[in-house]
Design a protein around this ligand. Sequence first.
Ligand SMILES: NC(=O)c1ccc[n+]([C@@H]2O[C@H](COP(=O)([O-])OP(=O)(O)OC[C@H]3O[C@@H](n4cnc5c(N)ncnc54)[C@H](O)[C@@H]3O)[C@@H](O)[C@H]2O)c1
Length: 342
Amino acid sequence: MKTFHIKAATGESTLLIGETLDHLPVHVPGGTAVILTDAHVEKCCGDRFPPWPVITIGTGESVKTLDTAVDIYRRLLSLEADRSSFIVGIGGGVVCDLAGFVASTYLRGVRFGFVATTLLSQVDASVGGKNGVNLDGYKNIVGIFNQPEFVICDPALLTTLPRKEILSGLGEVVKHALIQDEPLFNYLEARFEAALRLDPTVVERMVHDSIRIKAAIVGRDERESGIRRKLNFGHTFGHAYEKVTGITHGEAVSAGMMTAVALSVKRGLLGKADALRIETLLNHLSLPTALPVDRFRIWEALRKDKKRIGDALHVVLLTGIGRSVIERVSLADLQKETEGLV
Ligand SMILES: NC(=O)c1ccc[n+]([C@@H]2O[C@H](COP(=O)([O-])OP(=O)(O)OC[C@H]3O[C@@H](n4cnc5c(N)ncnc54)[C@H](O)[C@@H]3O)[C@@H](O)[C@H]2O)c1
């Protein structure tokens, strides 16, 4: 097992890579908790849950809402959960985002941790203390920064993942490599087939390196006023693609990364050869690099980006593989510059 720590203003988080779900009670103070999970996860690994109360929600992005949070508060009340209660989210990014949000607001905050069950949540969503829900088409618009006390990344849980969810997680791994880890990119180029079949050695490296990168960035800038913006590489357009097309988060991020790559080339920051290497790797990983989208709807979605500051956005561009910069650009200029790219 490998361990990382995040020490941030809102708390400390221990990230346990290679820990097993069976050891969950060891990490929960008092040895008991309320579990929040979704219907798929309960079906796949519910028989391995400790004998604690379980709140099960529906599946998919559409359940990440305030209404679901209210349902969970009501279930917690009926379970007589009090300030000493501990909540464990066992699931993918949707369950973790909701579990962290509910735990941070129920009774003004109770303690919580996660067992991440998707590749995407192991390499990204469960790490870093962002918790929240969507509202009226605005993604993650209501939320809170608060660190989970622990995150368990059990590789055995990934064996039941549908292929599209594997691809979704791979998109975020490539993102981490592109923003600041060229060796990880080279490793993925050489082992993309093993990555696709979730070879245990490759999974361990992908989860380890992703968490190392994200934990270090979050430790320096928990509230995203500077370097943490780099983790949004591919997400400006990615969130818009996700919303407009309904594809998975990581697939949308993949297409969003290629839009940012094209913009980086257009601005003369990134060479065409590097852009081609990136496109080839994403293709090898069966990730989309271009999407047939209605440009008007993409700009409508971009205007609803919660990271918009006035009429401007921060976009993350590449100056090489493993090297990134953050640029502030007005929506109007971005629209002009990406003419023909989106
Ligand atoms: N908080 C953050 O920092 C952060 C970062 C990135 C993404 N996110 C959020 O994460 C969400 C996406 O996360 P996700 O991709 O994990 O989606 P998800 O939670 O919807 O899980 C994807 C699907 O896989 C199923 N599933 C989960 N674990 C499984 C398993 N072990 N076996 C079989 N099926 C399983 C789920 O039921 C669901 O149908 C988005 O809402 C996104 O905004 C948050």
